[in-house]
Design a protein. Structure first.
Length: 667
């Protein structure tokens, strides 16, 4: 498609997805009671708030706990960085006075929410409801990025749209900072540095794509330190978790990195690297805060004067009120003392406006200085499109987890820079798209994947050594998704649970790294759909998960080393009710992408006579499911149902061939 078709196409898709997300979210909040939302993990009920004063960036912090302070919070999707809506229980969440804020901290007993403005008084009372909410700003920034695409030079648009080939330059030998990089990682670094336009690093599970990205950034930083002009480098990703991972690794190797984003979305251990923290040491920022405090003091004094509202103003402009007051005159039946009172109020208001304006200029100057002095700026794609970075341009951008970003989201970052490197794995799950028309229109296809399809291996290196999985766990995904090119590093090739607990009395099947448990279509393991839900659950599989987890825990495996994952929200909710072990994670497959654990138990759920497997048919979801475990992977499912898809049939066949298959009766 040409540039106009491209921009129009993606703008329409973004609008469709935005409307769908808002519709589904509001529909659920109107359809379900607060208690039902809490059961789904998208609300907290019967909460009470307590002020924690001001936090970073002048945010108003409020800590919320259950009314019974000793009660732990239920399992929830609400995490640090999420936008939440606070309302009084029993009232409509949609009242215009109900504030939204960002979750700044979460403990087993409380969540702390950061508000931009002082929240209304009811927030500090009892019987509150806190709902997970939708943030619209990212969609707006995607639209802005698409508009910006149209203004690019012709040669650059041609390369991004595939009608011209990207260019490379020769680079000399380099000394690698990380001497432990393997050959494919080193090749990825060298070819990325040689790219004059863009380059892709294909990183299958556990192959160290983020480590490779860090080496590239380190090389660029060092080149800038030695050169006449330092490079301006952007490191980005779609999620806050992925960005924090970049910040943490860059910080460890001594790079001057600045993390930009809402302070509540930065994990506490990295806040000293956040813009909001660093700016507090700047003299201009300190002066700006002093001016704001003075403005707030004057604002309090204004309460003693007459606000020039319509009943007293009677159509008079500010200038007319000031003139009448200075001349001691009146008009339109307004008493002189009212005109004088309004003038005093306006005088104070003008003074406040000047103070706030001066404070804003000082703060902007302080922020600009920090950004200019940083060697690397780290932010989510969305934050890259924020006002703070509006005028900034970069020489290079390194975008991690790029296959989890929609193309318009990636554009926010890549259009800020001359060259960009993307790292990701298009064989794992793409960005989640809720609108069916938007998904069919390829909004779920990443820019990484489209560029790879157009330009091929000329712009791609695949990392070939994985450092996560026992070879038996890695065997199937390697053959099925990566053409058998993946090799397990010697350090993980044969590791198993005995390495963690050599004295433990494991039964044989617990030691085995890979196990498929076949429920055999038994009535006990039939799937079901809860009333009013579109998800699925399987009580028999949930019970089996509970038994397996209990056996592993009793053998000495730590809860923190075990994860239970399932493709279905309702199955996750059911298992959470049955398996209440602090530290043991229970999440959806989608929610666990990018993570790893020593032990992973997967409940596939689907078991029906029509052999329908629903969205399990997206084999990228299967790939994520079976590549999270390091030492032990347990898969639970009905082979008869799953084998309607050839890939699952091959998985079960391999399990049988390797002696890693059990019928449920023998478990």
């Amino acid at each position: 498609m040409n540039e106009n078709e491209y921009v129009r196409h993606f703008t329409d898709l973004v609008e469709l997805e935005r409307e769908e997300q808002m519709r589904l979210h509001e529909e659920e909040m109107r359809r379900l009671s607060g208690r039902e939302r809490e059961e789904k993990g998208r609300a907290f009920m019967r909460m009470k708030g307590k002020s924690q004063g001001l936090g970073l960036g002048g945010k108003h912090l409020v800590r919320f706990r259950k009314q019974n302070s000793a009660t732990t919070l239920p399992e929830s999707e609400i995490e640090v960085g999420d936008l939440v809506l606070v309302s009084k229980s029993g009232t409509s969440p949609w009242d215009e006075d109900n504030p939204t804020g960002t979750v700044a901290e979460k403990t087993p007993y409380s969540i702390t929410v950061a508000f931009d403005e002082a929240p209304p008084g009811f927030v500090f009372r009892k019987d509150l409801r806190i709902d997970l909410f939708v943030n619209d700003i990212t969609f707006q920034r995607m639209i802005e990025a698409l508009k910006k695409f149209k203004r690019l030079p012709r040669w650059r648009k041609d390369k991004l749209l595939g009608s011209a080939a990207p260019d490379f330059e020769k680079i000399g030998e380099i000394e690698f900072y990380n001497q432990k990089l393997n050959d494919s990682q080193r090749e990825a670094v060298l070819r990325s540095l040689a790219a004059r336009d863009f380059f892709l690093i294909h990183g299958p599970p556990g192959t160290g794509k983020t480590i490779t990205c860090i080496e590239i950034i380190a090389q660029l930083v060092e080149h800038g330190r030695e050169g006449e002009r330092s490079y301006k480098i952007l490191a980005a990703a779609d999620s806050n978790v992925a960005v924090d991972n970049l910040v943490e690794r860059l910080d460890k190797i001594g790079v001057e990195v600045v993390r930009i984003g809402h302070p509540a979305r930065v994990i506490p251990s990295l806040r000293r690297r956040s813009l909001d923290y660093l700016v507090q040491e700047e003299p201009d920022y300190i002066k700006a805060q002093e001016l704001r405090e003075k403005a707030y003091e004057i604002k309090e004094r204004m309460k003693g004067f007459i606000v020039p509202e319509m009943k007293w103003r009677r159509g008079l402009s500010d200038e007319t009120i000031m003139k009448l007051a200075s001349e001691g005159k009146t008009t339109r039946g307004i008493p002189k003392h009212k005109i004088g009172g309004m003038r005093k109020w306006l005088d104070l208001k003008h003074g406040i406006d000047k103070l706030f304006g001066a404070a804003r200029e000082l703060e902007e100057r302080a922020v600009k200085r920090i950004i200019q002095e940083a060697e690397v700026i780290c932010a989510t794609n969305s934050t890259v499109g924020s006002e703070i970075l509006k005028g900034e341009r970069f020489d290079f951008a390194v975008v991690d987890e790029a296959t989890q970003s929609t193309e318009p989201s990636s554009l926010i970052s890549v259009l800020k820079t001359k060259r960009f490197i993307m790292a990701g794995d298009h064989k794992q799950l793409p960005p989640t798209i809720l609108n069916e028309d938007a998904a069919r229109g390829n909004l779920s296809k990443s820019l990484f994947e489209r560029l790879l399809e157009m330009h091929g291996d000329r712009i791609r290196v695949m990392l070939e050594v994985q450092y996560r999985m026992n070879d038996e766990i890695a065997e199937f995904p390697n053959k099925e998704f990566y053409d058998g090119k993946l090799k397990a590093d010697e350090s993980v090739k044969e590791h198993n649970l005995l390495d963690l607990l050599p004295e433990s009395k494991f039964v044989n099947e617990d030691i085995k790294p890979f196990l498929f448990i076949d429920t055999g279509g038994s009535e006990t393991f039939k799937e079901r759909t809860r009333r009013g839900s579109t998800s699925k659950e399987n009580a028999g599989e949930a019970k089996l998960v509970e038994e397996i987890a209990a056996r592993l825990l009793s053998a000495g495996i730590r809860p923190e080393d075990i994860a239970v994952i399932s493709p279905y929200d309702d199955q996750v909710a059911l298992i959470r009710k049955m398996l209440r072990v602090e530290g043991l994670e229970i999440k959806t497959v989608d929610g666990f992408q990018g993570r790893e654990k020593e032990v992973v138990i997967v409940s596939f759920v689907r078991c029906n006579k029509s052999r329908e497997i629903g969205f399990l048919r997206d084999l990228r979801r299967l790939n994520v499911s079976i590549t999270r475990a390091k030492r032990k992977l347990v898969l639970i499912g009905d082979s008869n149902t799953l084998e309607s898809e050839g890939c699952y049939k091959r998985l079960v066949a391999l399990a049988k061939e390797r002696g890693a298959y059990k019928r449920v009766a023998f478990v």
